[in-house]
Design a protein around this ligand. Structure first.
Ligand code: F6R
Length: 364
């Protein structure tokens, strides 16, 4: 059942802190990541020259967060691909490459086909899967189960959360294995990852602001999500979540790309949800916010509570607690999920079963 929640989606959003604990704690030993049980050792990790992530939808967005984190910490190049594109592109993967397939269901037809193709080309494959015993879990060379438990709502929330938690653990272990970070830094990062459930619980206790933001979106025909770096990766997920359950058209854009075409879409009162949690990119994103504001946009900014915002540039703010930049996506995705959820509720939509969508896409 829904455990007292109005929808499975809301229940699953609330299950995220425990889903993270269940997923990461068995893979941490003496304060360091240990993925040996999954077939992953430092020796294995040092073999890879390139990592290719392949997935669909929300799982692909989790892979995109992983790309930023792996490249930053381990300095190993990562490419991310949509499974339905990867498999028909005569992909350039083979020996020396690691192909990571991310899938909640473990049965997505294109992702499974991509896995088989990668194996046939001689690449090593790692599956990050939630459903036990699923096809992708059975066929991959290495396997990390996410322990989100069954996800019923079509819109994925807790499965995404644990997919990114695993990407972090994997990135930490890889970065340590290749010698790009030392043990002290690795322990610091693992400790931060272990702190995320509590921080998320804190956000879930104050949902009013997300309800308020949602109420300001329901009349919109279209909106944009913008961000840079990890905030851009997160914007993609925020935008998909909103469009799939609220039926409001939305796109995510790298904030710096707006002026290359998309900014012409901005009209009076069009909502723009900007995510700015990465300190090094903050001023750049703020200047993009001012550009859309000057063209009439209604700006909703997701940033730290402690960030001072110019009231002339921002209409509504969602304030996040202070947390490390690198791990901020795990925290910042929560208000984006809640904004999508409440917008759908307020529009009277079938939140858990949005039109035209199936939970598991087993046909291509
Ligand atoms: C969106 C959503 C989908 C899935 C995609 C892949 O909320 O759930 O985009 O992420 O269909 O599904 P899995 O992870 O089962 O391969």
């Amino acid at each position: 059942g829904k455990g007292g929640y109005a929808h499975f989606m809301l229940k699953e959003i609330h299950e995220q802190p425990n889903a993270i604990r269940n997923t990461i704690l068995p893979r941490i030993q003496d304060g360091l990541p240990n993925l040996e049980e999954c077939g992953i050792t430092p020796e294995v990790l040092r073999e890879f020259r390139h990592i290719q992530v392949v997935a669909c939808g929300t799982a692909m967005h989790a892979g995109t967060v992983g790309k930023y984190v792996i490249e930053k910490l381990a300095r190993v190049p990562v490419t991310v691909d949509i499974a339905s594109e990867f498999r028909y592109r005569e992909p350039l993967v083979g020996e020396g490459d690691l192909v990571i397939i991310i899938s909640q269901s473990g049965e997505t037809a294109d992702s499974l086909a991509a896995l088989r193709l990668a194996k046939s080309l001689g690449a090593k494959t790692l599956a990050i899967v939630n459903a036990m015993g699923s096809s992708i879990a059975r066929e991959a060379d290495m396997l990390i189960y996410t322990h989100a438990g069954p996800e019923i709502a079509v819109a994925s929330t807790k499965a995404y959360m644990v997919q990114i938690a695993v990407m972090y653990l994997f990135a930490f272990e890889l970065a340590l294995a290749v010698g790009n970070i030392d043990e002290t830094e690795c322990r610091r990062l693992v400790k931060l990852l272990q702190e995320t459930p509590e921080v998320i619980t804190g956000i879930l206790e104050h949902k009013e602001q997300t309800q308020y933001i949602a109420s300001s979106l329901i009349t919109a025909d279209s909106l944009l999500y913008i961000g840079r770096g990890l905030d851009y990766a997160l914007s993609m997920e925020g935008s998909l979540k909103l469009k799939e359950i609220s039926y409001i058209h939305s796109e995510s854009y790298a904030a710096g790309e707006l002026k290359h075409g998309t900014i012409s879409l901005i009209t009076e009162n069009m909502p723009v949800i900007a995510v700015a949690t990465q300190k090094a990119l903050r001023e750049k994103t703020i200047s993009n916010i001012k550009e859309v504001k000057a063209r009439g946009a209604r700006v909703i900014l997701v940033c730290r509570e402690s960030d001072n915002v110019d009231p002339d540039a921002v209409d509504l703010k969602f304030g996040l607690p202070e947390f490390d930049d690198l791990l901020m996506p795990m925290i910042a995705v929560v208000p984006l999920q809640l904004i999508a959820y409440y917008t759908s509720v307020l529009k009277g939509n079938d939140v858990d079963k949005p039109r035209n969508l199936a939970k598991s896409v087993t046909v291509e």
